[in-house]
Design a protein around this ligand. Structure first.
Ligand code: PGA
Length: 249
């Protein structure tokens, strides 16, 4: 049985007061949740979040990382820096990083590898655009994104990873994939990993992301290959996020 997970991706939102409020509410409201909860605040708030989460089981994650260990990379943050602030998870390949910051499949693969090598869990995001879905390329796109990482980091590294299927057309749009649409892609991803390792495929958490909200969370999480959610907009509303965590159980 795979444990459910809910990951909050705050993106570039919030301030110190909001961090206090959201994490305070999460600590109060989600005491009885058995799913694993992880919060990814903007990097400058990691220290504050780390302090607030002491003594809880809520995990901390980063939204991005640089694949290099250290050096002349102005503005960038390394894996070891994230580790110092208690990050156990790192998002890699989020569609906003791919489209707005021109990250290639290979860049994503290098980041994934750096995160795994340091003993942290990468959350590899894959997903097709609306155009790609309309022309029937969904399978090809998500498998290309997955294979780039498998080929660089090796299938074994997926024993330490989480995959998130996030159709680009569903992110921040309110157009959630139906549970059936999402399940179909989740099944495809898991079957693809099965060809390489049945054991890794069976235990690999595959989360759905893209306009998850309190109304659709339970039906998405009920699908056999959907192991939880990666939540953007709704994670900034403590009531909505609590409801999503409750739906995960
Ligand atoms: P959304 O974002 O929930 O606002 O659609 C999800 C994500 O980008 O991870």
């Amino acid at each position: 049985m795979r444990r459910r997970r809910v990951i909050a991706n705050w993106k570039m939102n919030g301030d110190k007061t909001i961090v206090d409020h959201l994490l305070g509410a999460l600590k109060n409201n989600c005491k009885n949740i058995t799913s694993e909860l992880i919060v990814c605040p903007p990097a400058v708030y990691l220290a504050q979040a780390q302090g607030l989460l002491v003594g809880t089981t809520i995990g901390l994650g980063a939204q991005n990382v640089n694949a290099n260990r250290s050096g002349a990379y102005t503005g960038e943050i390394s894996v070891s820096m994230l580790q110092e602030f208690g990050c156990g998870h790192v998002l890699v390949g989020h569609s906003e990083r791919r489209s707005l910051f021109a990250e290639t499949d290979q860049d994503v693969a290098e980041k994934f590898k750096a995160v795994v090598n340091a003993g942290l869990r990468p959350v590899l995001c894959v997903g097709e655009s609306e155009h790609e879905r309309n022309i029937g390329s969904t399978d090809e796109v998500v498998l290309r994104q997955l294979d780039a990482v498998v080929n660089t980091a090796g299938i074994e590294s997926f024993s330490q990873a989480i995959v998130a299927y996030e159709p680009v057309w569903a992110i921040g749009t309110g157009n959630t994939a139906t549970p059936e649409q999402a399940q179909e892609v989740h099944r495809l991803l898991r079957k693809h990993i099965e060809l390489l390792s049945m054991e890794i495929a069976t235990q690999l958490p595959i989360l759905y992301g893209g306009s998850v909200n309190p109304e659709n969370a339970a039906s998405l999480f009920a699908m056999s290959d959907i192991d939880g959610g990666l939540v953007g907009g709704a994670s900034l509303d403590s009531q909505a996020f609590t409801a999503i965590c409750n739906a995960a159980g």
